[in-house]
Design a protein around this ligand. Structure first.
Ligand SMILES: Nc1ncnc2c1ncn2[C@@H]1O[C@H](COP(=O)(O)OP(=O)(O)OP(=O)(O)O)[C@@H](O)[C@H]1O
Length: 274
């Protein structure tokens, strides 16, 4: 299919210590969509992301980017990072430059862009993530939430076609979570393919176009919000809660307090049913 940007075919991955982190993953990520990976600690979400941007390669199975095999052991695609950006769960792993400005300009410099273009990209990324005032500050003095925002700015400045966000809301306060969701919306409108992993079922439910629920290195369930969130037993198996919006909607239905048969997607829709 032309619109599939990333495809995994029977991907297995075993870490050098013998841990079997992925056990036959098959996924197809459509271009320009908002994709969510949900699942308990250790189910393989981060390992899946590391495969998607080429940091790790499968021990078995194949990965395709825009139809091109990128996991070929003899001829791996080395520059996948230019097309698939990765905001790490732990910003400490990602950040290494002396100050914030240098940190965010590192990626664009490696792309060989002009000074002017680097400056423009860095300034825009700093503005979007609200770190402009911190630009001369040493990275190691930043708070956890500030580090997280700089790690997001790093990847925005790369302007990659796909962006992976591993637990993007960790360490962010409510104001900055709201700002992040706005950035994600703008990126989506600009045609980017966005893939996030999260434990926050409520945030994911309102946001995602397509969901992969993982458990113990495998995909337990996949589909759009209507298909996935009605599978209560499978969600329980993955230790996931039902989004509170759906719980209240179910209560309204069961008690004849609404006649709308379409599950609401967000708080505003739910309120309009009352
Ligand atoms: N470098 C490593 N060496 C050995 N085992 C690892 C390594 N990194 C991860 N693992 C193991 O691989 C499995 C999958 O881990 P992964 O980090 O992909 O899970 P996750 O779904 O992202 O978890 P979380 O929600 O806690 O971030 C776990 O059992 C983990 O202990």
């Amino acid at each position: 299919m032309d619109n599939i940007i990333i495809e995994f075919k029977n991907v297995h991955y075993q870490y050098p210590d013998g841990t079997k982190a992925l056990k036959g993953i098959n996924i197809k990520i459509p271009k320009g969509k908002k994709i969510v990976f949900l699942g308990p600690n250790g189910c393989g979400k981060s390992t899946t992301f590391l495969q998607m941007n080429g940091v790790l390669r499968p021990t078995e199975g194949d990965i395709y980017y825009k139809g091109q095999l990128v996991s070929n052991k003899k001829k791996p695609k080395k520059d996948l990072w230019k097309e698939v950006g990765f905001v790490f769960q732990d910003p400490e792993i990602q950040l290494f430059s002396a100050n914030v400005y240098e940190e965010i300009s590192f990626g664009p410099k490696n792309l060989g862009l002009s000074h002017e273009e680097i400056r423009e990209r860095v300034e825009e990324a700093m503005k979007d993530t609200n770190v402009t005032d911190l630009q001369q500050k040493p990275v190691h003095y930043l708070s956890g939430g500030e580090k997280k925002r700089v790690s997001i700015a790093d990847i925005l400045a790369m302007d990659t076609e796909v962006i992976l966000f591993d637990e993007p809301t960790t360490s962010l306060d409510p104001k900055h979570i709201e700002a992040l969701m706005k950035i994600l919306e703008e990126l989506h409108e600009g045609g980017k393919t966005l893939i996030i992993s999260t434990h926050d079922v409520n945030l994911a439910y309102g946001w995602g176009d397509y969901f992969y629920i993982m458990k113990e290195g495998a995909v337990l369930l996949e589909g759009d919000h209507q298909e996935v969130f009605k599978q209560k037993e499978l969600l329980q198996k993955a230790h996931l809660e039902i989004p509170w919006i759906l719980e209240i909607y179910q209560y309204l239905l069961d008690n004849n307090k609404t006649k709308v048969l379409q599950p609401p997607r967000n708080k505003e829709e739910l309120l309009s049913y009352l």
